[in-house]
Each structure stands twice: as structure tokens, then as C-alpha cells.
Design a protein around this ligand. Structure first.
Ligand code: ADP
Ligand code: MG
Length: 235
């Protein structure tokens, strides 16, 4: 068996401790996992179990207290802030629980704006933005403002924006938590399609146990530690 060939992320004994007025909070304890390229990975767990802390570390938004994160073979804490920034801007896309679109811009303009921030060539922005809206099934909404779209459609625009600069991986922190079941499933369907057609890697957190069956791989957190599934190792 060929090992590690499709691995995009690996963590070793990741710990993240926060200091607060109430004392130290061990948000993550010795989390070792691998994320496979082109797969749908879900980080599951109750509120407060450490999902957001973990996904922020995987996406290079935060640094661990101890332990290592390898992203495409590079150890994130061993490289400069500039290099980490570049990885974040070029290899990674983020989707959040509450959709953060600019309310005065149309769907198309929102995606184009994301491309401007990502320093994507100006001449190609419009074409690429339309291509991404098409990939999330919203070409017909290109000229609509956020308030003219449903919550699920707005989240799909946010996904179009997140994939526009052609990242290797999308990190989505509870992207369905504020949507009803139908709209939540549409968001999941878009992720699945992106995996199939673009080979993108999806890492998503959720506290909804019903969503776990759609994943290729589920890691469950409890009090900041991975729970081993019955009868096997965590990976
Ligand atoms: N910046 C912070 N300062 C102090 N404690 C934090 C901070 N961020 C998260 N925590 C704590 O770490 C634990 C895990 O939080 P989080 O990763 O947000 O969990 P989840 O996303 O699963 O709800 C919680 O106990 C939370 O209160
Ligand atoms: Mg969270």
C-alpha cells in the first residue's frame, strides 16, 4: 500500500492552551491526525470540544502551543510569517458559520473582490468569478445582492469566493449551522461536487451527528482530544 501519497495535512501531538482570567484552558490535547487530499473530512464534537481551535490551526490562522502541523509537507511553525501568509493566500480557502459577504456588492462582485484581495490577475477575475459561481450552481444569481438571496445561496457565494483563487483545501467552520436542513444539504452537495470535479480537499466542522455519514473520514473531539472510534485507531 502506498502511504502518505495523498496526504495534504498531518498533525503531531497538537496542543493549544489558552490563558484566561479563569485559568488555563486546554482547548486541544495531543491531537495527531492526517487529512487526505481530495477527500471530505469532518471534525465532529459538541460545542466547546475544540473544533474551531483545531480548524484554525489546520488553516494556519493560529499557532499551536506545542506539536507540529505539516501542510503539503511544510512544517507551519518552522517557516516565516510571510511564508505562512503565502500558503494561506494561495493554498487555502475559508468558509465560516455566518456568511460574510459585502452587502453592497452583488454575488459576482463579492467573488471578484476576493480575487482582488488574493492578487489574482485583474484581466482574468471576471471570467474566473463567473466560473466559480457556476460551480456552486449560482450563475443565475450573479447580479443579485446578498439580501436578495437565501441564506443557503449566500453561503454558496461564500464558497465560490473561497475556491476562486484555486486553493488546495477549503476549511469550513460549521458552514451549515445557521441553515435549515435543505439549505445545509445543498451546501454539502456543493462541497461534494467540488471534490469530484476539482479534486479539492474539504475539512468541515459540525456538531450535527447526522452529517457524519457524508464524510470520507470523521474525527470526533471530546474535551480537546480525539476519541478513537470503536475497534480501530483514529486514522
Ligand atoms: N481565545 C480563547 N481564549 C480562551 N479560551 C478559548 C479561546 N478560544 C477557545 N477557547 C476555549 O477552548 C475550548 C474549545 O473551544 P472551540 O475550539 O471554540 O470549541 P468548538 O468550536 O468545538 O465549540 C472551549 O472551552 C473554549 O471556551
Ligand atoms: Mg466552533
Amino acid at each position: 500500500m502506498q502511504q502518505n501519497q495523498t496526504e495534504i495535512i498531518r498533525t503531531e501531538k497538537l496542543c493549544r492552551t489558552f490563558s484566561s482570567s479563569a485559568g488555563e484552558v486546554h482547548a486541544l490535547r495531543d491531537v495527531s491526525l492526517t487529512i487526505e487530499s481530495g477527500k471530505f473530512t469532518i471534525l465532529n464534537g459538541k460545542s466547546g470540544s475544540g473544533k474551531t481551535t483545531l480548524i484554525n490551526l489546520l488553516g494556519a490562522l493560529d499557532r499551536p502551543t506545542s506539536g507540529s502541523i505539516f501542510f503539503e509537507g511544510q512544517e507551519l511553525s518552522a517557516i516565516s510569517e510571510t511564508a505562512r501568509d503565502k500558503i494561506r493566500r494561495t493554498r487555502i480557502g475559508f468558509v465560516y458559520q455566518s456568511v460574510v459577504l459585502i452587502s453592497t456588492m452583488t454575488a459576482l462582485e463579492n467573488v471578484e473582490f476576493g480575487l482582488r484581495v488574493a492578487k489574482y490577475p485583474a484581466a482574468e477575475r471576471r471570467k474566473r468569478a463567473l466560473e466559480c459561481l457556476d460551480q456552486v450552481g449560482l450563475l443565475k444569481r450573479a447580479n443579485h445582492l446578498p439580501q436578495e438571496m437565501s441564506g443557503g445561496e449566500q453561503q454558496r457565494v461564500a464558497i465560490a469566493r473561497a475556491i476562486a483563487h484555486k486553493p488546495a483545501a477549503i476549511f469550513a467552520d460549521e458552514p451549515t449551522a445557521q441553515l435549515d436542513t435543505t439549505m445545509g444539504l445543498q451546501v454539502i452537495a456543493v462541497f461534494k461536487k467540488l471534490i469530484e470535479t476539482q479534486g479539492i480537499t474539504i475539512v468541515m466542522t459540525t456538531h450535527d451527528p447526522d452529517l457524519m455519514q457524508i464524510a470520507d473520514k470523521v474525527y470526533s473531539l471530546q474535551d480537546g482530544a480525539l476519541i478513537q472510534p470503536e475497534g480501530g485507531a483514529a486514522e
